[in-house]
Every structure is written in structure tokens, then in C-alpha cells.
Design a protein around this ligand. Structure first.
Ligand SMILES: *[C@@H]1O[C@H](CO)[C@@H](O)[C@H](O)[C@H]1NC(C)=O
Ligand SMILES: *[C@@H]1O[C@H](CO)[C@@H](O)[C@H](O)[C@H]1NC(C)=O
Length: 417
């Protein structure tokens, strides 16, 4: 009884640690000091002197370069988290590029600290995730799978075991946002069968209910995972048990009878893979508007599976000299990858913009650290509110003639979203 209690307490504390989201920032940014330069260790990283911070601290180049997939799994993850991009420290988000050779696999793994929202840029991927153990021991862990094509978006909820398998004859490429500056990865096969020192054989024999002499190569077990996922990973998903729900797929506002912070959850028994899926992000947005740019959002309003998971995605298209005008996201940090390669961070709540200075169209994908980041376009909010802000207030705030304010208030302010 006492032992049982102890184990329960252990699992509960483990679970609450596992599910802790990144802490909210307490200042505009806290650019990470390199570990080698830090003299004390903290949760996250120590901040660089803000006076020494420059734009390069929020910048990472080269995500246009394919990862080398010449390895037994045929896949390669190129991470852009706080270890590569120090400006992400305290901001609760990061990005990866993943390359897959034909039949390449990103094997079953979890991110202990992050939800992942992925967009396919190239290729055909069979993806899936498995829920944590149900309360009823007679009910199995549920597998959700989907085949994805370019432009498709899929969500892997925080902490759940998931995989991607390139089922096409060509290479595949994805970009994915993750809701932590340092999501962590636990590859199930490596953690269970490849730990140092190895886990006691009796423990694994009993856990997997196989003969102690059965030789299971890491690749062998991976194939088994893809074909029959929950039987094999059950012992590992013990760690993910207990705690909050795996997901809370949003009910459409029109179907909800009460209003809450976020959205009401759909009946979990009615949830399917399509609730975590959004197609069509390969289609360019229509930039024929006064600003020459178009944001295509994939947040909880388009993809109900994102509810409670603290992340979303956008595609932004820019015509030549197109502008995404100065704006803020009141609830999110944004980490943006220009499809041609560079990454940049816009810290939570700060005013930012993007301007296409090239002669050709531009495309970016960006992860945002909220299911519903919100947008406040500065010009629209200040000069285009309904009803208008009192002219005297704006005249004094901007220290210009009242006629200038009236002129600005008379403009039609194009709403980027
Ligand atoms: C890719 O990795 C393999 C195996 O490590 C190596 O032999 C090969 O040279 C690498 N290719 C490139 C282009 O770096
Ligand atoms: C793009 O938007 C413009 C202006 O609203 C419209 O005239 C045009 O037909 C649209 N183009 C496409 C391809 O939808």
C-alpha cells in the first residue's frame, strides 16, 4: 500500500513536471547567454545584458538547406530552438525542419514540453499519435493517423507519442512549430532499449511480455510500432498517464452554449484525426490588396485540435514590395521561417513588421505561441477604430495638427487578416 502510494506520488509529480508549459516572459526578451559563459544554472538560460542585444540574436540562417538523411532511419531533424537561436529564451516557442528520404521515418517519440504543429512543404507523409492510457484498463490507447500532402497541417498534442513516415517515392520536407523554447525529444526505442546503462532485462522482459533472448533491433521495433503502435509503447506511455486531458478539441462557437477562456471541449469519444488536420496551406494567399500581403492563419478557429495547446501557425504571402504592416500579437511570440531559409523571432507583444524588398513574391511560415494569438494592426487600431478615438487624444499623443489626425481617420485601413 505504502509502495503503491509512493509510486502514485512519483507519477503525479513526474506528470506535473512533464506537462509544465514554458513560463511566461517577465520582460520583452531575455536573450540566452551561451552555457559555457554562464556561471550559474537556471531553468532556461541566463539573460545577456540587454544593452548588448542585437537583431542577430533573433536570427538563424540556413533552414533552406536539406538535412542529411543518409542514416538508418532515412530522416533528419534540423532544430532551431534556444540552443541554436538564443533570442528564443523565455519565449515559449521553437521551430524545426525535418527531411525524409523515400520511406524515411521519424520514429515514435515524444516532446516532454511541447505541442507540435507541422506543415508539409513537399512529399507524402503517413503520420500519427497515440493517446495516453485511458482510465478504463480494458480500453486501449487510441491511435490517430492521417496521410498528409503538401500544404497539409497536423497537430501532435503535448507529450503524446507520435511519428511521421514518408510513404512516397520522393523526398519529403516539413516545417514545424513547437510550443517550447526547448521541447526535448524522447525517442521511445532509444530511451527504452538504448539507455546508458541499459535498463535491467527483467524489467523490459516483463514490461514488453517477450522472451529475454528475443533480439529486437531498434529498426525492427520501429516497424512494429508503425504497424501496431499501442501494444508496443504501452509501458512507456505509463509516464504520460494522469494529469490533464491529452487534448480538448474545440466545439464550434455556434454549438457552444457557454463561453469560456478558449473553447469548450468536444466529447473525446467523437474526436478523430481530422480534428487535428488542416489542408491547403500550399495555396498562395491573394495579395491583390493595398498592402500586397496576405496572412492565412491556422489557429484554433480553423483547426479545433489546437484548443488548449498553446500554439498555432500562419502562412504569409507577399507580392513584390508587399508589406505586413506594424502590428502586435497580444498573446504570442512568433518564430518565422522564410521558405528560402532564414529564421527570425518576434518576441511576445512587441510591434513588428515584414516588408518584401525583393522583386519576386515571398512566402513564410510562422509558428505562434498561442492557440489564438490575436492581431492588433497599429494603424487600424489607432486611426481606424469604431467609433473613432477622440481627435484631441490623438493630436496630443502624436503631436501633430488635428487636420492630420482627421485625414488619417478618414483613410480606409486595409485589415491584413
Ligand atoms: C551524409 O551522411 C553520410 C553518412 O554520415 C556521409 O557519408 C555523407 O558524406 C553525408 N553527405 C553529405 C552531403 O554531407
Ligand atoms: C484576388 O483578389 C482580388 C481583389 O479582391 C480579386 O479581384 C481577384 O479575383 C482575386 N484573385 C484570385 C485568384 O482569387
Amino acid at each position: 500500500m505504502a509502495v503503491h502510494l509512493l509510486i502514485s506520488v512519483l507519477i503525479i509529480s513526474l506528470a506535473s513536471f512533464t506537462y509544465a508549459s514554458d513560463p511566461a516572459p517577465l520582460q520583452d526578451f531575455c536573450v540566452a547567454v551561451k552555457d559555457a559563459e554562464a556561471k550559474v544554472f537556471v531553468n532556461g538560460k541566463i539573460c545577456k545584458d540587454p544593452n548588448m542585444v542585437s537583431a542577430n540574436d533573433f536570427f538563424f540562417p540556413g533552414l533552406n538547406v536539406p538535412g542529411n538523411t543518409s542514416n538508418p532511419l532515412g530522416s533528419k531533424v534540423t532544430p532551431v530552438n534556444v540552443n541554436q537561436l538564443p533570442g528564443l529564451n523565455t519565449l515559449g516557442i521553437s521551430l524545426v525542419r525535418i527531411d525524409y528520404a523515400p520511406y524515411g521515418l521519424n520514429p515514435p517519440h515524444t516532446h516532454p514540453r511541447a505541442t507540435e504543429v507541422l506543415v508539409v512543404v513537399e512529399g507524402t507523409l503517413y503520420v500519427g499519435f497515440v493517446t495516453s492510457n485511458p482510465a478504463d484498463p480494458n480500453v486501449k490507447n487510441k491511435l490517430f493517423t492521417k496521410t498528409l500532402y503538401p500544404g497539409d497541417v497536423f497537430v501532435f498534442p503535448e507529450g503524446l507519442i507520435h511519428f511521421q513516415f514518408n510513404v512516397g517515392k520522393t523526398n519529403a520536407v516539413v516545417f514545424a512549430g513547437l510550443s517550447s523554447q526547448n521541447p526535448g525529444v524522447i525517442t521511445i526505442a532509444n530511451a527504452v532499449f538504448g539507455s546508458d546503462p541499459p535498463i535491467n532485462i527483467d524489467v523490459l522482459t516483463k514490461a514488453f511480455q517477450v522472451d529475454a533472448n528475443l533480439k529486437i533491433t531498434p529498426c525492427g521495433i520501429l516497424i512494429v510500432y508503425v504497424l501496431d503502435i499501442y501494444v508496443e509503447i504501452e509501458p512507456c506511455s505509463l509516464l504520460l498517464m494522469i494529469g490533464m486531458a491529452d487534448f480538448c478539441v474545440a466545439l464550434k462557437d455556434a454549438e457552444a452554449k457557454v463561453f469560456v477562456n478558449g473553447k469548450i471541449c468536444k466529447d473525446p469519444n467523437m474526436v478523430s484525426a481530422n480534428d487535428f488536420f488542416f489542408p491547403g496551406l500550399n495555396v498562395p494567399g491573394n495579395t491583390s490588396n493595398p498592402l500586397g500581403s496576405k496572412v492565412t492563419p491556422v489557429n484554433v478557429n480553423q483547426l479545433p485540435g489546437l484548443n488548449t495547446l498553446g500554439i498555432s501557425l500562419v502562412r504569409i504571402d507577399y507580392a513584390p514590395y508587399g508589406l505586413n504592416p506594424p502590428h502586435t500579437h497580444p498573446r504570442a511570440t512568433e518564430v518565422l521561417v522564410v521558405v528560402k531559409g532564414d529564421v527570425f523571432v518576434f518576441p511576445e507583444g512587441l510591434i513588428h513588421f515584414q516588408f518584401n524588398v525583393g522583386k519576386t513574391n515571398a512566402v513564410v511560415f510562422a509558428g505562434l505561441s498561442s492557440q489564438n494569438p490575436g492581431v492588433i494592426t497599429i494603424a487600424n487600431a489607432v486611426f481606424g477604430s469604431d467609433p473613432p478615438i477622440n481627435v484631441d487624444v490623438l493630436t496630443k499623443a502624436f503631436q501633430v495638427d488635428a487636420n492630420v489626425i482627421k485625414y488619417l481617420q478618414g483613410q480606409f485601413w486595409w485589415n491584413i487578416d
